[in-house]
Design a protein around this ligand. Structure first.
Ligand code: 1KN
Length: 453
């Protein structure tokens, strides 16, 4: 089908900027805004829902919500402290909310008064964060919500000529803000879009296409998430011909693809994840605390995404005063400590093409390399690790990544089938580096008449 505003290419981008994004594998998402101050509470009641949705969940009239800006002093905000922690956590890029659904802007926008310049803090938080993270060697991406609960011209549906005119003004406003962001912060590497699912946006596929073009004119090499896009007919993420729009699939939110589903490897993708069950903004209540994920669970997810050639964007919701919850900071350090020893299995790695999903964890590999990493996140209770190599390959060497001198003695059960004794080694996520080569003998495959093909 002929489309004017569909996908701009059929194959993944192979330019240097895209390769760089692809190699990062682990990024930090940051949700911070006025919602971090009430932190899930309103007039003494705990609302067990995403803290950044409190305005809606607690039915707070918009003008009352907007008054929160007058309390936003963020006296503990320290962009360098956030960036230093992010660097220690092992992330290679970070994505900051510039404006969430409530419409509050973390930079002094010339197109609205509802911004961080007009608060007791009177600061350009985005500017400070971009500079600090880049000083720490971390690439910066900007999140922008097209959905806007503050702007009078926002519409969910276009049911009248008045709606059409209002929403046209809204789209001009949002385009102006996006151009403003690209011009103020031209060193950013990409934009992450949200709040694009309503009928009003779907009826304006052309605008989403224009945003992508315009931002890419302003910042060469810019990377744009698929969530921005709708095509001529309102199809989202993928156009009406099934081709991915934007530069990578950004639809995996708080869920990951099945670890055996190799179809996702055909394009670039990123999954984003919360630390608690379901809040992106800081939620101070026991509801959010109870469901916190552990470092081991998050490391499993990093390896899971890498094993399917995707990126993992882990969200942090800093507190209303600008400080980071000590539990979140400790978690960041734990993940970073693991990556400092085992990052070789993650950064720049992707699907181990000819290896099948092992169940006890994940295999990762650098494209066309003879080295494969076995990331063991689910310890077999038998304390033996079966390594089923691709047919026709044998194992030349296996070492423990964090302690390469340790003697491992893998047993060859059959050509291409090996076993490693795990003994009483710790419950931590261990990574084995495997070196393989073509086998001289024919490899053995188990005949099984009952297997379904
Ligand atoms: C189920 O509906 C929603 C609507 C918005 C779920 C999540 C979101 C937003 N996307 C995440 C990346 C957060 O920004 C969250 O507020």
């Amino acid at each position: 089908m002929e489309l004017n505003y569909g996908a701009s290419r059929q194959q993944p981008r192979q330019d240097a900027a895209m390769q760089r994004f692809r190699e990062h594998r682990f990024g930090q998402f940051v949700h911070w805004g006025l919602y971090a101050m009430p932190a899930g509470y309103w007039q003494g009641t705990e609302y067990r829902f995403a803290a950044e949705f409190l305005q809606k969940t607690a039915n707070i009239p918009e003008p009352e919500w907007a008054e929160l800006a007058q309390q936003f002093s963020a006296e503990a905000f320290d962009a360098d402290a956030w960036a230093a922690l992010a660097a220690r956590s092992g992330v290679k890029y970070a994505t900051f909310t510039t404006k969430h659904h409530d419409g509050f802007c973390l930079w002094p926008s010339q197109y609205t008064d509802f911004h961080s310049g007009n608060t007791p803090a009177a600061r350009d938080f985005i500017g400070e964060l971009v500079a600090a993270y880049q000083r720490h060697g971390i690439d910066v991406y900007l999140y922008y919500s097209v959905l806007d609960w503050h702007h009078p011209d926002w519409r969910y549906r276009l049911e009248s000529a008045e709606d059409q005119q209002a929403f046209k003004r809204y789209l001009d406003f949002a385009m102006n803000q996006l151009v403003e962001l690209a011009q103020r912060y031209p060193s950013v590497k990409g934009f992450w879009f949200d709040g694009t699912w309503d009928e009003s946006v779907k009826a304006n596929g052309r605008w989403t296409w224009e945003v992508e073009q315009r931002l890419k004119e302003l910042i060469p090499g810019l990377i744009v998430s698929s969530r921005l896009r709708a095509d001529d007919l309102g199809a989202r993420h993928r156009d009406s011909n099934g081709s991915l729009m934007g530069d990578y699939e950004s639809g995996y939110e708080r869920r990951l693809p099945d670890p055996w589903d190799r179809s996702v490897c055909e394009q670039d993708w990123e999954a984003c994840m919360t630390i608690p069950q379901a809040s992106w903004g800081y939620h101070a209540g026991p509801w959010a605390k109870r469901t916190r994920k552990s470092a081991a669970e998050l490391i499993d997810m990093i390896a899971h995404c890498t094993s399917l050639s995707g990126n993992f964007l882990l969200n942090f919701g800093p507190r209303g005063d600008g400080s980071i919850d000590p539990e979140d900071a400790a978690l960041a350090e734990q993940i970073g400590n693991w990556l400092a020893q085992n990052g070789a299995a993650i950064y720049g790695k992707g699907v181990a093409t000819n290896w099948s999903y092992p169940g006890w964890g994940y295999y990762t590999q650098e494209a066309d390399s003879e080295t494969v990493y076995a990331v063991v996140t689910k310890w077999p209770t038998a304390r033996r690790l079966r390594l089923q190599l691709p047919a026709g390959e044998r194992l030349l060497a296996a070492t423990l990544l964090r302690e390469p001198a340790l003697q491992l003695n893998p047993q060859e059960l059959e050509t291409s089938l090996f076993e490693l004794e795990l003994g009483n080694s710790s419950e931590e996520t261990l990574v084995f580096e495997l070196t393989t080569a073509a086998a001289e003998e024919q490899s053995w495959t188990e005949p099984n008449p009952d297997v379904m093909v």
